[in-house]
Design a protein around this ligand. Structure first.
Ligand code: GCU
Ligand code: CA
Length: 458
């Protein structure tokens, strides 16, 4: 990750920032516009495409303006449907755009704070967010006393329900999901981000962070605080903001005069900043960076920091006819703690930063193992990423055993700490269908701790 300069703004800085030239859009866009002008000037017949919008298949809705992001509705008509408990979270409400003509929408799961219900504290924002082009699930928790980690686990369960089993699953793009929460739910959003780095965005609203360490967060994260919040103070939120590593996109806003309850009823100041964050990172929609880089509207904002320029993940490229190029091979993750995987040792949770619900701590003995069953659509070479941590300073060697045959010896270097997880990519020949991939140590030092495998066809 490139180091990013952190751009700190206070209201007094705003004027200087406004004097700086604004980027008019992504490079390709400026080039395309310039090229079209040159061709037109040369008198060559050109077919003018109606909108460059189509170049980003994730972009939804018209070009935003300061007024449009401050309105309490976007342009999409929305509907809602209720979800019962029993899906890994305490039930909730799904809000979704009714338009099915534009492809799928990114998804956002939102959880309220300690002892609060979605109906009482979150529901005001459901249609508001959805009308800007997102499928939103606002949840209740299994218990109103659930702590931040339980709230985070339930946010992820809600996203999985939404994208895999809900009645609106065909409207949702499962590869573009995000989380948000208030107070204990904000700590939950950070916990979810730490557990699932593939999330596109996370937002903590006056976040009470107990179980997560924002130093482990790799998801673009916005944190908001209220000036007069004595429960989750602005300085505690700033300190969590500062711990998010440079190289991870982040922003911090302190709302003037706001208390701890600022996200529990209609709040335009919050929404006109939250919506661009989700647009930039869930939809890779760079039309929205103008509002945050630099901050365009200081009304109700006491201080602001960010990692501007905010750069989202790239979108799939489109051909000149607008048709989408073949999607890259999908990556499948196999958790070491989830059957049919076998851990000849214990499934542990004591070192944070793992994905899923734990990791395999194989016995420190020759012959112990962590084994996965992976599926391949066709025979061929697959890229297999092994996510591991080795908190010792001695590399640990292991046999890579595929379908019973030892095909390589792999060295797992020290990663600096048991909580520092890294991925080592191996090239593995797989049969069509089911395969076993086993890692087994060659010395009594044992294996590193094993988190998961990421498998994609090469
Ligand atoms: C420590 C660490 C374990 C690890 C073990 C080892 O006990 O907490 O997670 O598996 O060392 O050396 O293998
Ligand atoms: Ca071990």
């Amino acid at each position: 990750m490139p180091h990013k300069e952190i751009d700190t703004q206070t209201p007094g800085d705003a004027r200087t920032d406004r004097l700086k030239p604004r980027r008019s859009g992504p490079m390709w866009r400026r080039i395309a516009v310039a090229a079209a002008a040159v061709i037109a000037a040369a008198g060559v017949a050109v077919v003018v495409r109606p909108a460059l919008a189509a170049d980003n298949p994730y972009q939804r809705g018209p070009d935003p303006t300061p007024a449009s992001i401050s309105a309490n509705r976007g342009t999409f008509a929305t509907a809602q449907t209720s979800v019962g408990s029993g899906n890994g979270f305490g039930g909730g409400v799904i809000y979704y755009p009714t338009d099915t003509s534009q492809g799928r929408f990114g998804a956002i799961a939102v959880v309220p704070g300690y002892t609060a219900t979605w109906a009482a504290e979150g529901a005001w924002m459901g249609h508001w967010l959805a009308s800007f082009g997102f499928v939103v699930i606002g949840i209740d928790t299994n218990s109103r006393n659930d702590w931040d980690n339980a709230r985070g686990t339930q946010l992820l369960a809600a996203l999985d329900y939404l994208t895999q089993r809900s009645s609106v699953r065909d409207r949702v793009d499962a590869s573009r999901t995000a989380v948000m929460g208030h107070s204990m739910g904000g700590g939950g959003a950070m916990y979810a981000a730490q557990q699932r780095p593939s999330l596109k965005a996370a937002i903590g609203l006056a976040p009470a962070i107990f179980s997560a360490n924002t130093a482990n967060v790799r998801v673009p994260t916005m944190l908001l605080s209220g000036q007069n919040d004595g429960t989750v103070t602005p300085s505690s939120v700033v300190s969590n903001y500062n711990k998010i590593p440079s190289g991870v996109e982040k922003a911090y806003l302190e709302l003037s005069g706001a208390g701890h309850g600022f996200p529990t009823s209609n709040n335009t100041t919050m929404m006109r900043n939250v919506i661009p964050w989700f647009k930039i990172f869930v939809d890779s929609d760079t039309r929205y960076t103008q509002f945050l880089c630099p901050l365009g509207n200081w009304s109700g904002i006491r201080s602001y920091q960010s990692s501007c320029p905010l750069v989202p993940s790239p979108v799939p490229t489109t051909s000149p006819t607008g048709s989408q190029s073949p999607t890259p091979p999908t990556e499948q993750r196999y958790e070491a703690e989830t059957a049919p995987a076998v851990c000849q040792g214990t499934i542990d949770t004591n070192h944070t930063g793992f994905t899923g619900s734990g990791f395999c701590n194989a016995a420190n003995a020759v012959g112990s193992y962590s084994e996965f069953t992976v599926n391949a659509a066709a025979a061929g070479t697959a890229s297999v990423g092994v996510r591991f941590a080795n908190g010792t300073t001695t590399a640990r060697a292991a046999n890579l055993i595929v379908n019973g045959a030892t095909v390589a010896t792999v060295s797992f270097e020290g990663t600096g700490a048991w909580t520092t997880w890294v991925t080592k990519n191996l090239s593995v020949s797989l049969n069509a269908g089911s395969n076993t991939v086993r890692l087994s140590p060659t010395s009594a030092n044992g294996l590193p701790n094993i988190d998961h495998l990421n498998v994609s066809a090469a």
